[in-house]
Design a protein around this ligand. Structure first.
Ligand code: NCD
Length: 398
């Protein structure tokens, strides 16, 4: 398999920004491999489409319409690394749009058990299916499969979109999408306020006069095993598309767990304001959002294990007392799975948005698939015809 990676080495070694055109076709995404493929405009469009799908799905004729949209398309969910939410929410999103889904989760049950390479497997999938969504332990595998599809296209052979559902420790672009979607919804402050006659936003502004709607100008705190988290790397990339976001990173003091130098370099290049803190206690009052992550023990080696035995992890865990010190509106996110970094008693706090965040994954992934298969316009027209007046949609951006 290693020699197959060599074939793509030159393309892999390029700076991320130079790769983006390779993942696009006719001005829209074809493959989804890295988070910085999404610019601010595309993020806004996808979030709008997700909102529309969400509303259509609630009513019978909307639901029927969605089910018909991609009824001729077949998808392969090729998830050979453990997954619950990414796998299921992608599957639910595909089914909602009418696609038929197939899966390989355990390579022992495929020809890979007999020594077949993942590249041959994916090339075979491209004959049977119209899209592959994949998660692998091997870093860069999805990216190389996208290059393989591009080479097939140059040779006038059948080729299909590749979606990265988490690859090695490098990237998890669709997790970043749902994180941003959750932040955008939380920071729109548009729910009804039951405690006053004004809006929720008005009520918040009494307490926080400088508070603005949206993700711009927020202070975001990441806590946990940051060095080994592909979700953190991907969502930081997306947060850099917003204006003046401040970053605080809190991780156990070990090189493999602290935020990586590659992420810090990226933040410096963007002139972003960031710093590292030692404990959640230092920052609870000042942050607009806390993004918790678990310690990823599956990557432990002997050196890290030794460090863990001597380390007090309490500075990196939420407690009800810490949550109560946070701003009233500040969401708590977590990509899941959680271990003990968020105790169950926090789940009932209105700032705990992690379950909602996981559900948002289904809607935004449906929007992403609609974008790739170029059916957003159909969704908008159907919505306008049947539900106009309920939602303001920025048509110019489509
Ligand atoms: C994350 C992942 O797999 O990278 N989970 C997810 O997709 N929601 C985070 C993790 O495993 O800790």
């Amino acid at each position: 398999m290693q020699e197959l990676f060599h074939r793509y080495q030159k393309r892999l070694n390029r700076a991320d920004a130079l790769k983006i055109p390779d993942f696009e076709e006719h001005g829209r995404l074809k493959h989804v491999i890295q988070a910085d493929q999404f610019d601010r405009q595309l993020l806004d469009d996808l979030m709008e489409t997700a909102d529309l799908i969400r509303q259509l799905h609630r009513v019978h004729n909307g639901n029927r319409f969605l089910k018909d949209l991609l009824v001729e398309q077949r998808v392969m969910l090729y998830f050979t690394q453990a997954s619950t939410r990414t796998f299921l929410s992608f599957m639910a999103a595909c089914q909602m749009l009418g696609m038929s889904c197939n899966e390989i989760r355990d390579p022992v049950l495929s020809s890979e058990y007999k020594g077949e390479s993942s590249f041959d497997s994916v090339r075979m999938f491209s004959g049977y299916f119209d899209m592959v969504i994949m998660r692998a332990v091997v870093p860069n595998l999805a990216e190389c499969c996208a290059y393989m599809m591009n080479d097939l296209q140059s040779a006038n052979q059948r080729n299909i979109p590749i979606i990265n559902g988490g690859s090695g420790a490098d990237e998890h672009p669709t997790q970043a999408l749902l994180d941003i979607y959750t932040m955008q919804r939380a920071f729109s402050f548009d729910r009804i306020d039951d405690s006053s006659s004004g809006t929720y936003y008005d009520a918040l502004r009494e307490q926080y006069p400088d508070l603005k709607r949206g993700i711009d100008h927020k202070t975001v705190c990441f806590c946990g095993d940051l060095g080994r988290s592909r979700t953190v790397r991907s969502v930081v990339k997306l947060l850099l598309k917003y204006d003046d976001v401040r970053f605080i990173f809190i991780a156990p003091d070990h090189k493999s767990l602290r935020i990586g130098d590659d992420v810090k370099d990226m933040l410096r290049q963007h002139g972003a304001d960031f710093h590292e803190a030692q404990s959640l206690d230092e920052v609870m009052e000042e942050v607009d959002l806390v993004y918790m992550t678990r310690i990823q023990h599956e990557h432990d080696n002997e050196v890290v294990k030794d460090f863990f035995d001597k380390t007090d992890f309490s500075p990196f865990k939420l407690t009800l007392e810490r949550v109560q010190r946070m701003k009233r509106y500040a969401p708590i996110l977590h990509p899941f799975p959680r271990l003990d970094e968020i105790p169950f008693e926090v789940d009932m706090d209105e700032r705990a948005l992690y379950f909602e965040q996981a559900i948002n994954g289904m809607w935004i992934r449906a929007a992403l698939i609609a974008h790739i298969f170029n059916v957003e316009r159909k969704i908008l027209s159907f919505y306008k015809k049947n539900f106009s007046g309920r939602h303001h949609y920025n048509e110019e951006v489509l």
